[in-house]
Design a protein around this ligand. Structure first.
Ligand SMILES: [Zn+2]
Length: 278
């Protein structure tokens, strides 16, 4: 089934959203679907006895790097000529799918988050921090978290590489209810594909260098030697200067949340966020 879903969505994260609903670990899901793919998806949902509703608008994506909860996008009319993405709300419970659509249309972000199964602490955090200018809350979450070493379950930076166990922004990286959700999701993945679960772990367990404007980097296969980490490889969203610096070195040091050392060079600034997921 997972394979079939991936053929339709071309995205692991989206496929898993549907799987979580089928498996009953998520009460309702909301996914963005390109309008040319709608027919295939609706077919799949009907075949699997899932209820769904479609947004009465479509959106043009402004960023292509992520399909996450709160991507920056512009709403347009559903019959506009320009092709766009629809929101598909799906659930095993009919009125959940309808209700999710209603809540989205009325900008009831908190109730929508709760209906999608997200913890209340995280829904409140989202409502307090999300706006047109702040659509990516990753650095805010880091700021709101104590320390900089966290369990891999809440590594939402990996979503940029189509890997994540959460589809919401946790209010902190050590948010307990979020970790519980991630654990349940991981169990569901394991039941369908052990290799996929193993691949997820290999990406989620990493040092994350999150930047505004210079890309997102995951340093994998890290080994701590003294105060430094030696890393095996790097996943990158951008081939920026910082990317070339990190990829041409193998040593990395973390000083604090916004300050780190690559090779012998110290990099520091509020536009950076560094965290370790183990
Ligand atoms: Zn939370």
């Amino acid at each position: 089934m997972l394979y079939e879903l991936q053929q339709i969505f071309h995205s692991i994260i989206k496929s898993l959203e549907v799987l979580y609903v089928i498996e009953g670990v998520k009460p309702c899901a909301r996914i963005l679907v390109f309008e040319d793919d709608l027919e295939k998806i609706i077919d799949f949902l009907m075949k699997n006895q899932l209820f769904f509703s479609l947004s009465d608008f479509k959106v043009l994506k402004q960023t292509i790097q992520s399909e996450f909860y709160s991507d920056k996008s512009i709403k347009i009319q559903k019959n506009a000529l320009q092709k766009g993405h629809f929101f598909v709300y799906l659930s095993k419970t009919k009125n959940f799918a309808e209700k999710a659509k209603f809540l989205e249309e009325n900008n009831e972000h908190k109730d929508l988050g709760l209906l999608l199964g997200y913890p209340e602490c995280c829904c409140d955090f989202f409502v307090d921090n999300f706006d047109e200018k702040n659509t990516d809350l990753t650095l805010k979450i880091l700021n709101n978290s104590d320390g900089l070493e966290f369990a891999f379950h809440t590594n939402i930076a990996a979503r940029h590489f189509d890997v994540a166990l959460l589809s919401h922004f946790p209010h902190r990286f050590d948010c307990k209810p979020s970790i519980e959700i991630a654990k349940n999701n991981l169990e569901a993945i394991k039941e369908y594909s052990k290799p996929l679960a193993a691949m997820f772990l290999g990406v989620l367990q990493s040092i994350v260098v999150y930047t505004i404007g210079e890309g997102v980097f995951l340093l994998r296969k890290c080994e701590k030697i003294g105060n430094e980490f030696i890393y095996g490889d790097i996943l990158a969203t951008e081939k920026s200067k910082l990317y070339f610096l990190i990829s041409s070195n193998k040593r990395f040091g973390i000083i604090n949340k916004t300050k780190f050392v690559v090779g012998d060079m110290i990099i520091d600034g509020p536009q950076y966020g560094v965290m370790l997921f183990t």
